[in-house]
Structure formats: C-alpha cells, structure tokens
Ligand binder design. Structure first.
Ligand SMILES: NC(=O)c1ccc[n+]([C@@H]2O[C@H](COP(=O)([O-])OP(=O)(O)OC[C@H]3O[C@@H](n4cnc5c(N)ncnc54)[C@H](O)[C@@H]3O)[C@@H](O)[C@H]2O)c1
Length: 269
C-alpha cells in the first residue's frame, strides 16, 4: 500500500457480512460496501425488498441474502462458511418501551443481552479463525454506550460491554492484522428510531438546537464511517469508536438557545 487515499472502489472483491443489513443503518452500509466493489452477505430475519439494496454495480460488487436470526446458535457457523474479510455486527435493539429497571422482568435481561452483545461474541468467535490478515470487524454500539439512557439501563450496559469488547479485541488481534472498531450512532432516522413519527411537528424546527449538526441523521451518514473502518483508509486505526451523532455525544447535554447562547439546564423542569 502506498497512497493513503486513491479515488475509486475502496473494497474491490472483499467479502463482507452485514448483520441486520435488510433495513436502516445496515442496509445503507450494505449499499455502500457493494458500490465499492464488495461481495456482501446480508443476514436479516426479514427477506428484504430488493429496492432497499439498489446500488451502482460499476465496481463489480454484489449482495446476497441469508434470512436468519443472529441470536440463533446455528447462525454463527453458517457465517463462518462465507469466510468474510469484513464483519459488521450491526444488529441491536431496545426491544421494549422504556421501563424502570426495578420493574423489569429478569427474562428480558437475557433477550437484551443476546440481541445487543452475546450474539456478537458468538459470530465474532466463529468468524475470527477464518478471517485473513487485513480483516476488519465493525461493531455498531450507540451514544448510550458512553452516556446514560434512563428506562433502558440493561440495553446501555450491554452496548457499553460491546464498546469494551471492541477495545480489547482490537488490541488482542492487532498482531494478526485484524482491526476491530465501533461506530456509536445517535439521532439516525431508521425503522427502529423513526424520528419522523417520534418528533411532534411543532418540535421539528428545534433540530438545530438539539444536535450541533441538526438532524435527523440518515443511515447513509453511518455507512460513510463503516466504509472508512472497513477499508484500508483506516489501516492504522483499531480499538476505537467513531461517533456518528451530529455532535450529540460531544455536546453532552449542552443545547444552543433559540434566543442565543447555550444552556445545560432543563427547559421545562
Ligand atoms: N438509529 C439510531 O439512531 C441508532 C442509535 C443508536 C444505536 N443504533 C444502533 O444501530 C444499529 C442498527 O439500528 P437501526 O436503527 O438501523 O435499526 P433498524 O431496526 O432500523 O434495523 C435493524 C435491522 O436488523 C434486523 N434484525 C433485528 N434483529 C435481528 C436478528 N435477531 N437477526 C437478524 N436480523 C435482525 C431487522 O430486521 C432490521 O432489518 C443497532 O445496533 C442499534 O442499536 C441506532
């Protein structure tokens, strides 16, 4: 490798797996990878409308679908057979509306643990032995791995665990030429977080005061970070997190005022 950046396809001929690649952030990552020449296996519980995966095939990329649940114990072995050079562990979910931890049924912890963390261990453990030097693993966490989210305490705890797993595995696999990084999104319009439904019409104009870069973000914004972390552009980057959140993590509770200036105090307490 010589030039740090050369125009053209960034993932020519690379074999990639994107979990939850059927919709939302995962679908955008899938399109971006394929448009840059990768052969992408999408693993999703739903068989997705092909229009979600339309891409420019000039770079020779392709997309295949595997309808499977990543939480199913048999899925990890099936994914290892694909022999990926890139693994994007994108599946994750709140699973339920906010609830006080004291009122939560312990059975829910198991489900939250599996869909946000445990399955990533299984998939990564199965794939690592067949991943060649130059491989890249990208784990999708959340801003709430770095800050609180009351009502979703267990979700945030498992996402934080995924962030720490990313760090330690990145260090452990460095000498094998495999990089491990995370993306922590926030405020991205998707099926799981449909801001167009969640935000009242009268509040829509407040986006510039909500996040430094306004919002909402789009799944394609996250795909840009995934492309960087999967490709040789980030060849000297491992064990770290890219925040794709319009600046919400950096703001840490600071909001621009419509009248000018800044506040870190609740507006309606
Ligand atoms: N959208 C945001 O602003 C935001 C914020 C923080 C974190 N995230 C994280 O980003 C990731 C993607 O979120 P999104 O908003 O695109 O979600 P989404 O719900 O819009 O899409 C998730 C996809 O994963 C699939 N899926 C869910 N469970 C699965 C399973 N067990 N096996 C296989 N496929 C499964 C779904 O069918 C869907 O296609 C998640 O890990 C989420 O926690 C998103």
């Amino acid at each position: 490798m010589s030039a740090v950046f050369t125009p053209g396809a960034l993932l020519p001929g690379r074999r990639a797996i994107v979990t939850g690649g059927g919709r939302g952030i995962g679908a955008a990552i899938t399109r971006a990878f394929a448009a840059h020449g990768a052969h992408v296996l999408v693993v999703d519980t739903v068989d997705v409308d092909q229009r979600a995966h339309e891409f420019d095939s000039a770079a020779g990329g392709s997309i295949e679908h595997l309808v499977a649940d990543v939480c199913d114990g048999a899925t990890a072995g099936r994914l290892a057979q694909w022999r990926p050079e890139i693994l994007v562990n994108n599946v994750g979910h709140f699973l339920r509306p906010p609830v006080r931890f004291a009122d939560e049924a312990p059975a829910m912890w198991t489900q939250l643990g599996d869909v946000n963390f445990e399955h990533v261990l299984r998939l990564t453990h199965a794939v690592l032995p067949v991943m060649p030097r130059g491989g890249s693993i990208v784990n999708v966490t959340t801003v709430e791995a770095h800050r609180a989210i009351p009502g979703h305490t267990v979700y945030s705890a498992y996402k934080a665990a995924l962030m720490q797993f990313t760090r330690s595995l990145g260090v452990e696999e460095g000498h094998n030429g495999i990089r491990v990084n995370a993306i922590a999104p926030d405020l991205v319009e998707s099926v799981q977080v449909p801001y167009r439904d969640l935000v009242a019409d009268e509040d829509w104009a407040k986006w510039p005061y909500w996040a430094p870069l306004g919002g909402p973000g789009a799944p394609d914004d996250v795909a840009g970070a995934a492309l960087y972390l999967a490709s040789d552009l980030s060849r000297y980057v491992t064990g770290t997190t890219v925040h794709v959140d319009g600046g919400s993590h950096a703001a840490g509770g600071w909001f621009r005022r419509g009248s000018g200036g800044w506040t870190n105090r609740p507006a309606d307490a």
